[in-house]
Ligand binder design. Structure first.
Ligand code: ADP
Ligand code: ZN
Ligand code: MG
Length: 478
């Protein structure tokens, strides 16, 4: 029997902090401004300048460390990571290599090895023709980004699939977003994720040789990139080969992996302690504040929702965005006796879908408040209208902002509660559709669908599905 292999994945996530100014100088942070307007001698690395740490960045970093359940270091230090590239004018990046500000955390099922502070590189732009220096291919550098405060989060290799990485990544993003310390926007690069990937025989606890998948701008692409790389590694091993250490890029448009550099070309960063900066020594009060000021984070919120009966999937969806969570809680408050599970399904299912359909409207601009939705949910729960009618009432509510009672009255959607009337319609439907009726009678129960459809059409969806089924079966002799 051939050996089964499993994927082993560890992540390195870069989070740009949304401070007003850069990590070691007073230049403003900006995204999308003219190139090279937010620069100064420090972030351009002119001779003779000295870095001054941004206190707010340290505070934000400590909040992230606390939210990830890390031990916050009473002392952390900066190091120089040496490499030569145009995005790095000092020829070294200031980072924390030996004593990071936070260690040994956990978020959900994934352990956090550590988190450290560093400065971002400038942005290189490959112009492919329009370069100012040579008319042809050129690379230009925008130093606006250079020196932006970054927190790098390094996980233990605890993840096992691309899908798990996507889900966990979304939880991480939601957690940091809730702290308000970063935009965590992957398309704009304020959240960037590298995945380290290896495979090993199931049951082994040794680590295989890993490759590193660089910098993709969405968790969907990361998921697909990881799946492609895991498949590739398994194939290499199945063919009797060995995985080689290399850095890869995944092209989501073709689904292909390209090698960026191999082990031989790997950098030696010659880390050195940064002599121009004293250690970071937060006061005990600062450390305490970082922990005690945490809001309820998505993981805890999701757990709380599951405890009141919300399905796991809906609980997570609601918890990822505070405004959705608050909306959901508004529905529960407004609707006495409302079932949280049912309410969560309306909010994350029907309402979310309807907003998407109608101009992809954000929740904040929804014309349907939590109280109106609660009323609608109760009307369905009390069988005043059918579930199908409920959906079309919601469609009207989302588009016009009308109250559910008036939409129901205007469109005449009250469920047919007179069972005599419904029974007449059922009998008529059987008469009008002899073929499916015969099929049902001779044992093909699925054919009942056509009759249910006929009744729903005749009643314009105003009949209770369960009742229609019951009456049809009764009259067909089932
Ligand atoms: P490096 O020295 O190459 O930077 P580290 O040990 O610092 O490697 O780990 C960097 C990241 O790679 C971490 O997220 C870690 O969990 C992950 N990692 C390390 N070894 C493996 C492996 N064999 N397979 C998958 N991930 C790994
Ligand atoms: Zn500057
Ligand atoms: Mg490392």
């Amino acid at each position: 029997m051939s050996t089964e292999y499993e994927a082993v994945i560890g992540l390195e996530i870069h989070v740009q902090l949304s401070t007003r100014t850069k990590m070691f100088c007073g230049c403003e942070l900006s995204f999308g401004d003219e190139p090279n307007v937010h620069t100064c001698p420090v972030c351009l690395a002119l001779p003779g300048v000295l870095p001054v740490p941004n206190e707010k960045a340290v505070q934000y970093a400590l909040q992230i460390g606390a939210a990830l359940g890390c031990e916050l270091s009473p002392v952390s230090t900066f190091d120089r990571k040496n490499y030569f590239y145009p995005d790095n004018p000092k020829a070294y990046q200031i980072t924390q290599a030996t004593y990071p500000f936070a260690v040994n955390g956990r978020l959900g099922e994934v352990r956090i090895h550590h988190a450290h502070l560093e400065e971002d590189a400038a942005k290189t732009i490959h112009t492919g023709g329009g370069g100012r220096i040579s008319g042809s291919d050129a690379s230009e550098v925008d130093f606006n980004r250079g020196g932006t405060p970054l927190v790098e989060i390094v996980t233990e290799p605890d993840l096992r699939s691309g899908a798990q990485v996507r889900e966990w990544g979304q939880l991480l993003r939601a957690t940091i977003r809730q702290l308000g310390v970063s935009d965590v926007n992957m398309e704009e690069g304020s959240l960037r994720c590298d995945a380290n990937i290896s495979v090993r025989p199931v049951g082994s606890d040794e680590l295989g040789t890993k490759t590193e998948l660089k910098n993709m701008n969405s968790f969907r692409f990361i998921e697909r990139g990881i799946e492609a790389e895991v498949t590739r590694q398994k194939e290499v091993i199945a063919a009797g080969g060995e995985v080689e250490q290399e850095t890869l890029h995944f092209d989501p448009s073709t689904g292909e992996l390209h090698s960026l550099r191999s082990k031989e070309e790997a950098h030696d960063y010659r880390y050195l302690p940064e002599p121009d900066l004293v250690p970071v020594v937060p006061s005990p009060e600062t450390l305490e504040m970082a922990k005690s000021s945490l809001p309820e984070l998505p993981a805890a919120r999701a757990r709380r929702y599951e405890e009141i009966g919300v399905s796991g999937q809906a609980a997570l969806l609601l918890s990822f965005e505070v405004e959705w969570a608050e909306y959901f809680e508004g529905v529960l408050e407004a609707g006495t006796g409302i079932d949280p599970r049912v309410a969560a399904n309306w909010v994350t299912g029907e309402l979310a879908a309807e907003l998407r359909r109608q101009d992809d409207r954000p929740l904040a601009e929804s014309k349907v408040g939590p109280a109106a939705l609660a009323t609608l949910i109760n009307m369905v729960a009390e069988k005043k209208i059918s579930h199908g009618s409920g959906k079309s009432v919601l469609e009207e509510m989302v588009s016009s902002g009308a109250e559910p009672e008036s939409v129901v009255a205007e469109q005449g959607l009250e469920q047919i509660s007179d069972s005599g009337e419904l029974e007449r319609i059922v009998i008529q439907a059987i008469e009008d559709n002899p073929k499916p009726a015969e099929q049902v009678r001779s044992g093909n129960e699925k054919a009942i669908g056509a009759l249910v459809g006929a009744v729903m059409k005749a009643t314009q969806g105003r009949a209770d599905g369960g009742e229609v089924n019951r009456l049809l079966r009764q009259h067909l002799g089932l």
